[in-house]
Design a protein. Structure first.
Length: 256
């Protein structure tokens, strides 16, 4: 009987997908663990799915003054986080997708400060994304990498969002944040490929949640997602949940 042979192909490119962090109500332990993940993984590509900032101070919703940070404080924290991330790894491509929380700046300018709108820089400029080497994708837009689409969200929220995104993907894998859940579906496409729909968790502090009952946040999971990009363009995704300061990356236990 002929023995099976292992074919040595070019190493797969690695994509580190970072979900909603919500600085300055993020979980510091989860962020430190994420930095360790980036250092261990050495990704070729990083995709931030949006809501890197919270910007509750300019939200139309009521807020807890004991939790909310000022906008300039969040901008400073966001820039520091981006620099920390690229200090521990050197990806050749970095993508920052705007989320609905970053979009709060545009909403505030249009609704509350229209006369000053031209004097307030857009969020990508405030974060210095271009000078830091990040591609910027506007809210409600997506970007394709291989046979995968990345966006902050694809128009659906809640438990049904993963199923709906997969239906809308037309054979593409669909990767998004927004829900704070870490879950996915996989299906075989008509041409024999595999497509996934995955929502990638979050990095927020559970104690900071003041906008909904705690029992409604059981689906929120701290973590990230790793993608492996094949030469065919297919991307295979692996969810990485964080559990009490630990996670598993490519078979290795990472802890803080």
């Amino acid at each position: 009987m002929k023995k099976a042979q292992v074919v040595k192909n070019k190493p797969l490119e690695k994509i580190l997908v970072i979900p909603d962090q919500h600085f300055n109500i993020n979980c510091n332990r989860a962020w430190k663990l994420l930095l360790l993940v980036a250092k261990q993984l050495k990704p070729d590509i990083i995709v931030i799915l949006g809501d890197m900032l919270d910007l509750a101070d300019i939200s139309r919703y009521s807020k807890d003054a004991n939790i909310v940070a000022k906008v300039h404080e969040e901008i400073s924290s966001g820039k520091q986080a981006l620099d920390e991330l690229t200090k521990v790894c050197k990806p050749y491509r970095k993508v920052f997708i705007e989320g609905n929380h970053e979009e709060r700046l545009n909403t505030y300018k249009n609704d509350k400060a229209e006369a000053l709108a031209n004097l307030i820089n857009p969020i990508d400029e405030l974060l210095g994304l271009e000078e830091r080497g990040w591609e910027f994708v506007k809210y409600k837009h997506s970007i394709k990498i291989g046979r995968c689409k990345f966006s902050h969200f694809f128009g659906h929220s809640g438990d049904i969002s993963v199923k709906k995104a997969l239906e809308d993907g037309q054979g593409y894998s669909m990767v998004f944040g927004h829900t704070h859940a870490l879950s996915y579906l996989t299906k075989r496409t008509d041409d024999g490929r595999v497509a996934q729909s995955i929502t990638c968790g979050w990095g927020g502090d559970f104690k900071s949640i003041d906008y909904r009952h705690q029992i409604k946040t059981k689906g929120y999971v701290q973590g990230c997602v790793i993608g492996y990009l094949f030469s065919s363009g297919t991307v295979q995704f692996v969810p990485v949940p964080f559990q009490r300061g630990s996670c598993v990356i490519e078979g290795k236990l990472i802890s803080i």
